[in-house]
Design a protein around this ligand. Sequence first.
Ligand SMILES: [Zn+2]
Length: 118
Amino acid sequence: MTLQQIQAAFRDGLYKITLHARQQMIDREIYLEDIKRKSKETCDYCGGTLYPQIVNLEFRVKGELIMIEEVPADVCNRCGEKYLSAEVDAGVERLLQNEPQAQKIITVPVFKWRSVEP
Ligand SMILES: [Zn+2]
């Protein structure tokens, strides 16, 4: 199955995806999407329109949640998917590889699913 066939199957609701697989797809797709996007300004997932914005990106690196703030990206106005240019993606890759000192550390509220069920 090609990546495109997998994407189409998700769009058609034939499959659900694990969060782990989702991040892997995001990591791999960003660059592919950027190449495809050169000929269009619409979202590959939902057909929405992409607008340039400054966003925060979250990744898991070696099991640790990290955030990169103030990243330029094109964001879908319907589903919120973020598209990075190849240039920005390369910058993210450099940052992840060089592991510079974090600007700040934030705390994140964590909930158990049990506690939100009625
Ligand atoms: Zn979309």
